[in-house]
Design a protein around this ligand. Sequence first.
Ligand code: GLP
Length: 242
Amino acid sequence: MKIIRTKDYADMSRKAANIISAQVIMKPDCVLGLATGGTPVGIYEKLVERYNEGDLDFSEVTSVNLDEYRGLPKEHPESYWSFMHRNLFDHVNIDPAHINLPDGTNMDAEAECKRYDEVIRSVGGVDLQLLGIGHDGHIGFNEPHDAFDLGTHCVDLAQETIEANKRFFDGNVDLVPKQAYTMGIRTIMQARKVLMVVNGAGKAEIVKKAFFGPVTPEVPASILQLHPDFILVGDEEALSLI
Ligand code: GLP
């Protein structure tokens, strides 16, 4: 595990964008595992900037996103499909045919999870997986559990996660979807490189617990301690307890 300490959010975003840029430059047809949430927004801004400057070409890149709310139409502004288009895909030359997310509108959970695992398999797995972390240690939407869920699965979101995400739904918990489809732990662990970004004092406790505590499905991110190429990029506040 490699830890990169950065000054602040802007510094974290730039350094993480450097790592993703290197991946795209070294392997133009790479598979990027992409993430949503507030933390990666600054990274996507940087990637768009570099694309506009002519330093990055996404024409051969494939993306597979971590997760999607179940039951939310794609066009809903808070669907992860919308988030990714708004923050990245609409601004770079990625081929729409190379963009993959779980389909939250498919209510047949078993069929959708099977389809998404097949998509990931057919693109050859993930070269670089970008992750944030939830306050309860979730990655993607792999919530604390008594076992690691391996493949794509449908989850009931933890109350803490619903509370944390209500900021995107007019602050109203009733509007936050209660279920999601998420990539499983096996897929994340099989990514050839994993890059996690963390910022702010609110993440300091969970960062300590996840990476300096026991490996346990009760803290899903802790499994990353066992990944052979895991990079944690955090600002001073988020890394203040380690
Ligand atoms: C959501 C996403 C996660 C993300 C987490 C933390 O639950 N499914 O992928 O890591 O939020 O988000 P933030 O970066 O806004 O703290």
